[in-house]
Write a protein that binds this ligand. Structure first.
Ligand code: MRU
Length: 353
C-alpha cells in the first residue's frame, strides 16, 4: 500500500507527489508552514488527502505554540486562516478546519491547552481514518451501480473505463475514490482495461494514476486529454468515472480541468459518466456550480513542462486548475453512504442531514 501521508510522534510524513513516478521522495516535517506549502505546491494533493493534511497541519501549528491560554484564540484564528488560504476549491480542506473549529468552540473554555490539543489531534487522526473507510464504502457502492447500469454489456464482456486526474491512494490515503471503485471492479472481474487521461498541465493521470495502476497490475493505457472523445466515437469506452473537489447541492461537480469535456463527450455518445466522492466533498451551502470557487494557478505551469520552458515567458495564459461539470452530464454520484442517481437536490441533502 502506498504510504501517501502519516503522522507519528508529532511529525508529518508525506510522499512528495511532484516527483512521482520517477522519484519516491518522502518528506518529514514538524513545521505547519512547510505543510501548508506542500498543499499549495501539490506535493500533497487530491481533495480528501488535502483535508487529511489540513487536519495534521493544524496539529503542527498547535505543537509549536508556546504562548498563554489568553493569547491562544488569536493564534488559532491565524493558523486556521493560513491553512484555509492554501487552496480554494477542494472543500475537504474546509471540512477539516471546520471540524477543528468545532472542537475549539466546544472545549476551549473548560479545557487546558494540552487537553484541547489532544482532542484536536484525535480529530485529525479521525479525519484520516474516515477517509480510508470512505474509500472502501465507495468501492462497494460504485461496483453495485456499475453492475446495475452496465449489466447487459457485462453479460457479454468486461468493461473499459475512462478516468481523469488521480483519485487513488495518493489522493485519499485509502484505496481511492474513482480509482478505488476501479480497483475493486477489477478485483471483481468487471474491468478489461483502464484509460487514464494525462490531465494537463501537471499530468496527475499520466504520472500518478498510471503509477498506481502499474502497482496493482491493472491493465491500462494513458491518453492525451483531447483524445477521449475520439475513443468514445470508436466505441472504445464503456463508462467514465472521476473524482470531485466540490459538489454543489444540485450535483454540479468541480474536478480537475478537462473533466467537463470528457463528461460532455460521454453524454453525446450515450456513455454513463460517474462521480465518486465522499460526503465530505459535498458542499450543501452552495446551490450550483457557478458558486464554486475555481482555483487559477501560475501561468508557468503551462509555459513550462516540469521545468522545461516550452513557451516564451511572456506567453499569455489562463490556467484554471478545475472545471465544473453540470449535473445533467452526470449519470450518478457514488458516495460513502450510497450511490445517488439523479434528483441530486433532494438526495444529496438527505445524505448530509
Ligand atoms: O489539483 P489536484 O491534483 O489536487 O486535483 C485533484 C483532483 O481534481 C481530483 O480528481 C479530486 O481532488 C478528487 S481526489 C480523490
Amino acid at each position: 500500500m502506498i504510504d501517501a501521508i502519516s503522522f507519528t510522534n508529532g511529525t508529518l510524513r508525506y510522499l512528495d507527489q511532484r516527483f512521482l513516478p520517477l522519484q519516491e521522495n518522502y518528506v518529514e516535517t514538524r513545521s505547519h508552514s512547510e505543510a501548508i506549502d506542500a498543499i499549495k505546491t501539490l506535493a500533497v494533493r487530491g481533495a480528501p488527502l488535502i483535508g487529511v493534511a489540513a487536519g495534521y497541519t493544524v496539529i503542527l501549528g498547535l505543537q509549536s505554540y508556546n504562548g498563554t491560554k489568553e493569547e491562544f484564540p488569536a493564534y488559532f484564528d491565524n493558523l486556521i486562516a493560513d491553512v484555509e488560504a492554501s487552496r480554494p476549491t477542494a472543500v475537504n480542506l474546509f471540512f477539516a478546519t471546520a471540524r477543528m473549529k468545532e472542537v475549539y468552540d466546544r472545549h476551549f473554555e473548560q479545557d487546558s491547552l494540552d487537553t484541547l490539543f489532544n482532542r484536536m489531534r484525535d480529530t485529525a487522526t479521525g479525519i484520516h481514518d474516515d477517509e480510508i473507510a470512505n474509500c472502501d464504502a465507495m468501492a462497494r457502492h460504485g461496483v453495485e451501480l456499475i453492475r446495475r447500469d452496465l449489466g447487459d454489456t457485462l453479460a457479454k464482456r468486461k468493461l473499459t473505463v475512462l478516468t481523469h486526474c488521480n483519485t487513488g491512494t495518493l489522493a485519499t490515503g485509502g484505496s481511492g475514490t474513482a480509482l478505488g471503485v476501479i480497483k475493486h471492479a477489477w478485483k471483481e472481474g468487471l474491468i478489461e482495461k483502464v484509460i487514464t487521461a494525462e490531465s494537463r498541465p501537471l499530468l496527475q493521470g499520466l504520472r500518478l494514476t498510471a503509477w498506481e495502476l502499474e502497482q496493482e497490475n491493472i491493465p491500462f493505457y494513458s491518453i492525451s486529454d483531447s483524445s477521449s472523445a475520439f475513443l468514445m466515437q470508436k466505441g472504445m469506452i464503456d463508462f467514465g468515472i472521476v473524482g470531485a473537489d466540490r459538489i454543489a447541492a444540485n450535483g454540479d461537480t468541480a474536478n480537475k480541468i478537462g473533466t467537463c469535456a470528457h463528461a460532455i463527450s460521454a453524454h453525446y455518445h450515450k456513455i454513463p459518466f460517474y462521480i465518486a466522492a465522499p460526503v465530505s466533498t459535498i458542499d450543501i451551502t452552495i446551490r450550483n456550480g457557478d458558486e464554486i470557487p475555481i482555483e487559477e494557478r501560475n501561468a508557468d505551469e503551462l509555459r513550462t513542462i516540469f521545468g522545461t520552458q516550452v513557451a516564451t515567458p511572456t506567453t499569455p495564459v489562463i490556467n484554471y486548475a478545475f472545471d465544473v461539470t453540470p449535473n445533467r452530464f452526470i449519470r450518478g454520484i457514488v458516495t460513502d453512504k450510497k450511490a445517488v442517481v439523479g434528483d441530486y437536490d433532494q438526495q444529496l441533502k438527505q445524505l448530509i442531514d
